[in-house]
Design a protein around this ligand. Structure first.
Ligand SMILES: C[S@@+](CC[C@H](N)C(=O)[O-])C[C@H]1O[C@@H](n2cnc3c(N)ncnc32)[C@H](O)[C@@H]1O
Length: 444
């Protein structure tokens, strides 16, 4: 494919996401796999950028066209064009030329002329158009209005920084498998291998940050299981759980296994780790990840809402519930979330999260601990879920606040419940954790 190939694939993928398809599926259907490695990287970069800035681009296009049609191939292509002109170092003439070529191939010569005219007018009137986009919150911060309102309501002092963090390109975070290599030794290996510099943050013993990111395939030792990709926000959950050798542990929403692997690496002497998930495809990815790392767990396909179908009746010392959620803490990595989530999804997630806690609580030993973890920043899914659970189980459960140095360095201690990492704080994704203990003396 030509230089226009990346633009074509990115425009088709953006269009499909705006019509409701998942990002991975959209890229596949657009022919991403048929591009060369280099062009694949460019296509992903352009698609992510266009999705990230889509709400802003829509407003700009409203000033440039009579009847912009949201979720059309034309608008998606124009968004890919605007992203290149406004936020990349790609020379303007090359960006416009490639988009015009795609319009000719995908749509018609008349549409190609329109693409040329719109992108060139943007270049001429850029400051006026960008200033106009700054006047509305939705286009200034390039997020859907309902999400902005929820961030404002939940985080009156932080909503702007949450939105800004959601638009930033994330760094690459690694977790070094300490059973294989000391993180400091790995850092030196990286520096020696290719002079990549990476930060070793305080309070995150196995974490390394590489900024700007590099393809995982070029990481020394990746295929041999020396490192895994895991954001700093996600790395903070497992240490809070406090699993110890000899314990029986359940990872109830385990796939694709980031935290399962972290548990096995950091606590090698557990009696048993059951890694449960209800999605067979995602469990296959978990198995691949554990194989690569040379780790083993009791992998189990099952519904955490129906323990009777898979539980052997032996209680657990520790349970990790890394629940499905809105993923509003990881928007910078998955800008498609801005387009695929709806406000009505939030109460649905909150109900599912509460049901997961209620179903799994009886599986915990008296004195045992359950860690509730979500990559959300919305109080309905974070403190709201914990508050509701504690209210209903006042005699059976209490919240444990650990004064743990590493989590203190990273998280905002909440006055009500849990620990919240806000997106962008110390370059991490947003993540919420709360640790509950079953009051000793209550029945398992
Ligand atoms: C946030 S992801 C977990 C990420 C994982 N813990 C990690 O660190 O890589 C949530 C997972 O919950 C799973 N899930 C959703 N509903 C479930 C249920 N009722 N029972 C078991 N797993 C469920 C999903 O398939 C998904 O893999």
């Amino acid at each position: 494919m030509s230089g226009a190939g990346s633009r074509r694939v990115s425009a088709l993928a953006v269009c499909a996401v705006l019509q409701g398809r998942s990002y991975a599926r959209a890229l596949d259907d657009a022919g991403h796999a048929r591009l060369s490695r280099e062009r694949q990287a460019l296509a992903s970069e352009l698609a992510q950028g266009a999705l990230r800035w889509q709400h802003r681009h829509s407003e700009i296009l409203r000033h440039l066209m009579d009847r912009p049609r949201p979720a059309s191939q034309l608008n998606a292509l124009l968004s890919v064009g605007l992203f290149q002109l406004s936020r990349t170092r790609i020379p303007a003439h090359a960006a416009v030329h490639a988009c015009v070529a795609v319009a000719k191939e995908l749509l018609s010569p008349a549409v190609a002329r329109l693409v040329n005219a719109v992108l060139r007018r943007y270049l001429r009137e850029r400051s006026r158009l960008e200033a106009a986009a700054d006047r509305r919150l939705e286009s200034r911060f390039s997020h859907p209005g309902w999400m902005i309102q929820r961030f404002q309501a939940g985080w009156p002092g932080h909503w702007e920084s949450i939105l800004r963090a959601g638009n930033r390109k994330p760094p690459l975070w690694l977790r070094v498998n300490r059973a294989r290599l000391d993180p400091h030794a790995y850092r030196l290996r990286l520096l020696n291998a290719a002079a990549w510099s990476c930060g070793r943050p305080q309070g995150l013993p196995d974490g390394l940050r590489i900024d700007p990111p590099m393809p995982v395939s070029r990481l020394p030792g990746f295929s041999e299981g020396v490192v895994s990709v895991q954001d700093a926000g996600a790395q903070l959950a497992v240490p809070l759980l406090g699993a110890r050798p000899g314990m029986r542990v359940l990872d109830a929403c385990a796939a694709p296994g980031g935290k399962t692997a972290q548990l096995l690496e950091t606590c090698p002497g557990m009696m048993e780790l059951v890694a449960l998930d209800s999605d067979a495809g995602r469990l296959d990815r978990l198995k691949e990840n554990l194989d690569r790392l040379g780790l083993g767990a009791n992998v189990c396909l099952g519904d955490a809402l129906r323990p009777r179908e898979w539980w052997d009746g032996q209680p657990f010392d520790r349970i990790l519930v890394d629940a499905p959620c809105s993923a509003t803490g990881v928007i910078r990595r998955h800008p498609d979330i801005k387009h695929l989530r709806r406000s009505a999804d939030i109460p649905r997630f909150a109900r599912l999260q509460s049901r997961l806690l209620i179903s799994l609580w009886p599986l915990l030993k008296p004195g045992g601990r359950l860690l509730y973890s979500v990559c959300s920043v919305l109080p309905d899914e974070t403190v709201g879920v914990i508050e509701g659970f504690l209210r209903e189980n006042v005699a059976l459960a209490r919240e444990v606040r650990r004064s743990d140095r590493s989590s203190e360095a990273w998280t905002l201690p909440l006055s009500s419940h849990g620990y919240q990492v806000l997106p962008g704080s110390r370059c991490a994704d947003g993540h919420f954790n709360a640790l509950l203990e079953k009051t000793a003396g209550t029945k398992a």
